[in-house]
Write a protein that binds this ligand. Structure first.
Ligand code: F0G
Length: 456
């Protein structure tokens, strides 16, 4: 039996949840044309759409909000933010941005020339979209699915990286940068080992390619390093985070994840020449250098949140909660990516609903069933999301767990919902797209049910 970790907090402020009935939920999802992004949040029992910006703030964060300085330039809040980011990353220069993709856009504009290659263990969607928008050609080199007990399946394949860089050099192809996404969100939220980060640094030195780390979930990644990598058991999370990020030339972070904040992000680097260029774009698109599109109170929340994310007890609970849900599902016979990563459980809907072909979106079928049967909102990561832009290896559904928000009972409700869905599994039918936009279609697409229990 899976055991749930003890929450390292008690609840001081509560947010009520609404409980629309199954009949109401069926009506809501039909009206939303089977797109869960159209469901009003107060029609959801347990919302696992994303772990981004959905976390609960601590009493220290709320207290810091009251101390915020909203001066346009040189605010005290920026000083505190800068110190926190410097201490987290070990980097000297810090530029605030309103969220992760803004940092990616600035990076792309400053460092990429049209036609450049960019390489990664796996890019997150917004990262690759911003790099593509600047004319870059992306290459992804994740480690091939290895032994299921390998805890670092987010790694880059270093042998393939060296080969690729050699080949590109021989062809005279410029490589603008290498991005390591930690943890590797698009590959199951899997961690990256310190050995892999170090080996990557050495290879990039050889080929003179800048090393970019997308650091959204570096605290969670550090917990995996401490737990599973030789030589790290006695190190603090803070030391491991800094050691990881020190290897990079440039760090970008969406603070909506391990920043434990509801909005915000940053760019950090030691390269003075780059900072000049980044600063110009920052002022143009985000705001002045000391607020970057954020309120002083956001800067304060991030400064405190970054430090709180280094608390080992919190991380044990966080990663333990993800594992609890993954183990519970596995015990029920639901196929999940294994081992579970740091922020979400990824269900292999294609394997669980083998009677639904990829072009009828088995992931979306599961997402809709979870909502109708239990009011649970998840997100499809399969042919609906990627079908037009990327090779789809697996029809996945992600159950992302917001930080410090849900308790064991909420997760038990999710497990119960899967049981309900399992009872109807063979009667479920696919979907067809009736309307879609040209980019990022999953956000705005409309679908219809091909018969089945959820058709009008
Ligand atoms: N990089 C990674 C690895 C991410 O997971 C995200 C966001 C971003 C960059 C972009 O940050 O949203 O602040 O602009 N991921 C969210 C998710 C949206 O649901 O996984 P942002």
């Amino acid at each position: 039996m899976a055991t749930h970790p003890l929450e390292p907090f008690r609840i001081k402020m509560v947010e009520p949840i609404a409980f629309p009935s199954r009949e109401e939920r069926l009506h809501i999802i039909q009206k939303a044309q089977y797109n869960v992004f159209r469901i009003p949040a107060d029609a959801i029992w347990v919302d696992l759409l994303t772990d981004s910006g959905t976390g609960a703030m601590s009493q220290e964060q709320w207290a810091a909000l009251m101390r915020a300085d909203e001066s346009y330039a040189g605010a005290r809040s920026f000083q505190r933010f800068q110190e926190a980011v410097q201490s987290y990353t070990g980097k000297r220069f810090v530029l605030p941005v309103h969220q992760g993709r803004a940092a990616e856009k600035i990076l792309a504009e400053a460092l990429i020339q049209p036609g450049d290659a960019v390489i990664s263990n796996t890019f997150f969607d917004t990262t690759v979209a911003n790099f593509r928008a600047k004319g870059a050609v992306p290459i992804e080199l994740p480690v091939q699915a290895s032994a299921p007990d390998n805890p670092f399946q987010g790694n880059v394949d270093t042998e393939a990286l060296r080969k690729t860089l050699k080949k590109l050099r021989n062809e005279g192809q410029r490589v603008a940068l290498f991005t390591m996404t930690i943890t590797n969100n698009s590959r199951g939220g899997q961690p990256v080992s310190m050995a892999n980060l170090r080996a990557t640094r050495e290879i990039l030195n050889e080929f003179d390619v800048p090393f970019h780390i997308d650091a959204c979930r570096t605290s969670e990644n550090a917990y995996f390093i401490k737990t599973f990598e030789d030589g790290y058991a006695g190190r603090t999370i803070e030391e491991i985070v800094r050691e990881s990020l020190q290897l990079a030339d440039i760090v970008t972070m969406s603070a909506k994840k391990d920043g434990l904040a509801n909005i915000g992000g940053f760019i950090a680097t030691d390269r003075e020449d780059w900072v000049q260029t980044f600063s110009q774009y920052l002022v143009l698109w985000e705001g002045f250098l000391t607020y970057g599109g954020l309120a002083g109170r956001d800067l304060e929340a991030i400064a405190v949140g970054l430090r709180e994310s280094l608390d080992e007890r919190y991380l044990a609970y966080r990663v333990g909660q993800v594992r609890y849900l993954a183990e519970g599902l596995r015990e029920q016979g639901v196929p999940v990516l294994w081992p579970p990563g740091g922020h979400a459980v990824y269900v292999d809907a294609g394997a669980w609903l083998p009677h639904i072909p990829a072009h009828e979106f088995p992931g979306q079928v599961l997402v809709i069933a979870l909502y109708v049967e239990g009011g649970v909102r998840a997100v499809e990561l399969g042919s609906l999301m990627f079908g037009k832009d990327r090779m789809v290896e697996k029809e996945l559904v992600r159950l992302a767990i917001p930080r410090r928000v849900y308790t064991q009972s909420h997760l038990d409700h999710v497990l119960w919902t899967f049981q309900k869905v399992a009872e109807k599994r063979t009667a479920l039918t696919g979907f067809r797209i009736i309307q879609e936009p040209p980019y990022l279609r999953h956000f705005l697409a409309s679908l219809e049910s091909i018969g089945g229990p959820y058709a009008p």
